[in-house]
Ligand binder design. Structure first.
Ligand code: ADP
Ligand code: MG
Length: 417
């Protein structure tokens, strides 16, 4: 059998519905309809975008601004009178000051991402995009001893934060240290210059009224840049910082001048600020890279060098954003960044330890904290931290960093979510 297989009978095919000439036309029509639908939608979207562009131009943040406004509209009006000086028992007070948007920021369509709630709370609205690319806000709430709104002026900031502690200095009691922390351009120097002036004013008027014996007020102004100390009242001359037998750092040869009124102090500050920005070696021409310390000491007796009765140190810290410059290609900038980072972290740790009442403080971790050792170690020392923030959307990341730093100085605080 040569075995040629008989062809199998064909299976009957099931009849497909809609097959045939007329169903083909139907499918094409459907495709056509869908295409047109898509085109109409695309045209509508384009018209909407064109209209938006016409209305808002390059103002890409208007949706975020609208969301922030909607949030604020739900809030009760702010009553700044509720900010009150903190209890005298507390060693550490932390404040945040928000500056107004600058003309430049407004011109660049920047918008305000900081909402001050009542006296002690604020919210930083972080602009975010959802997965579908729609705009949303992540609201970070913080709580401090006081929050100053952009319309609250230098007088108010001083009266509530630093002013309440001056009487204890006049009574010859302890050490007060005031810090301004924040990004470059956030208002540290603006705030501190007013603190210098008003503190001197209060000191002299209170000394006149209450001083028990004769008191001499001495002023030094220096900055710390890359671990070196420079005398701002003596053409940025290098000053040696040496630890004495008791572990206290002495600044050898640092200029200290007697003053007897507020104007003498502001004149010295102006002189020092000028030498801070015009450096001697031409490399360090940016005041945001150094910590500037104005030290006012009350000596008993009629000259500088007597018994130290009290000390007020006012510190305009290096720009906090510099601490992030540890990834740049420029070696010098990277080293500066690392040094600033180290000192700001050491400062945080020392303040936290002081606030906790810890016995050992990590003040040896940086020159800044080593020099300010007594500000953390003394029984009677008080610390006021004023964190300054820019309200501008463009800086929201740095602003959040500043708020987190300030928030973590105190053990007990409402945390960022
Ligand atoms: P920083 O010392 O932190 O780099 P500045 O103190 O130099 O910042 O402030 C930057 C700019 O913003 C300055 O022009 C200053 O006058 C202005 N400024 C800062 N804070 C305020 C404020 N609270 N109100 C008005 N202007 C301010
Ligand atoms: Mg400054």
């Amino acid at each position: 059998w040569d075995g040629e297989m008989a062809p199998r009978p064909k299976k009957p095919q099931p009849k497909r519905p809609g097959k045939g000439k007329s169903s083909c036309v139907g499918a094409l029509a459907e495709i056509q309809r869908k295409r047109e639908e898509r085109r109409t939608l695309q045209a509508q979207e384009k018209n909407r975008k064109d209209a938006e562009l016409k209305e808002h131009g390059d103002d890409t943040g208007y949706k975020f601004r609208r969301l922030i406004k909607a949030f604020r509209d739900t809030l009760p009006p702010r009553n700044s009178k509720q900010i009150v000086p903190v209890q005298s028992s507390s060693k550490l007070c932390v404040y945040v000051r928000k500056r107004p948007l600058s003309k430049k920021e407004l011109a660049a369509k920047g918008y305000d991402v900081i909402t001050c709630l009542q006296a002690k709370e604020l919210i930083c609205h972080e602009p975010k995009f959802k997965v579908d690319m729609s705009e949303s806000l992540e609201n970070h709430q913080f709580s401090f001893d006081g929050v100053f709104h952009e319309t609250e002026d230098n007088d108010m900031v001083y009266k509530l934060s630093v002013g309440p502690w001056i009487p204890s200095l006049v009574q010859g009691n302890g050490i007060l240290t005031v810090f301004a922390y924040g990004q470059t351009g956030s208002g540290k120097t603006y705030t501190m210059k007013s603190v210098y002036r008003q503190a001197a004013n209060d000191l002299f008027s209170q000394l006149k009224a209450h001083a028990k014996g004769s008191v001499t007020v001495g002023v030094s102004f220096y900055d710390i840049y890359k671990n070196g100390v420079c005398d701002l009242l003596n053409q940025r001359k290098k000053v040696q910082a040496l630890e004495d037998n008791e572990g206290v750092v002495q600044l050898l040869g640092l200029t200290e001048l007697p003053i007897s009124n507020e104007t003498m102090l502001t004149d010295l500050v102006d002189k020092g600020e000028a030498s801070r920005i015009t450096s001697i070696n031409g490399v360090h021409d940016d005041s945001s890279r150094s910590h500037a310390i104005l030290r006012v000491t009350l000596y008993s007796g009629s000259q500088i060098g007597g018994n130290v009765e009290a000390r007020l140190s006012m510190v305009d810290l290096a720009g906090s954003e510099r601490a992030c410059e540890t990834q740049t290609d420029d070696k010098s900038t990277r080293m500066e960044g690392a040094e600033i980072n180290k000192s700001l972290l050491a400062l945080k740790e020392c303040i936290r330890a002081m606030d906790r009442g810890a016995k050992h403080l990590p003040f040896r971790q940086s020159k800044l904290t080593q020099i300010l050792r007594d500000s953390f170690m003394c029984e009677t020392s008080k610390t006021v931290m004023i964190a300054t923030v820019s309200p501008c959307s463009e800086h929201s990341n740095h602003t959040l960093n500043t708020l987190r730093y300030a928030d973590r100085l105190k053990e007990i605080n409402s945390r960022d979510d």
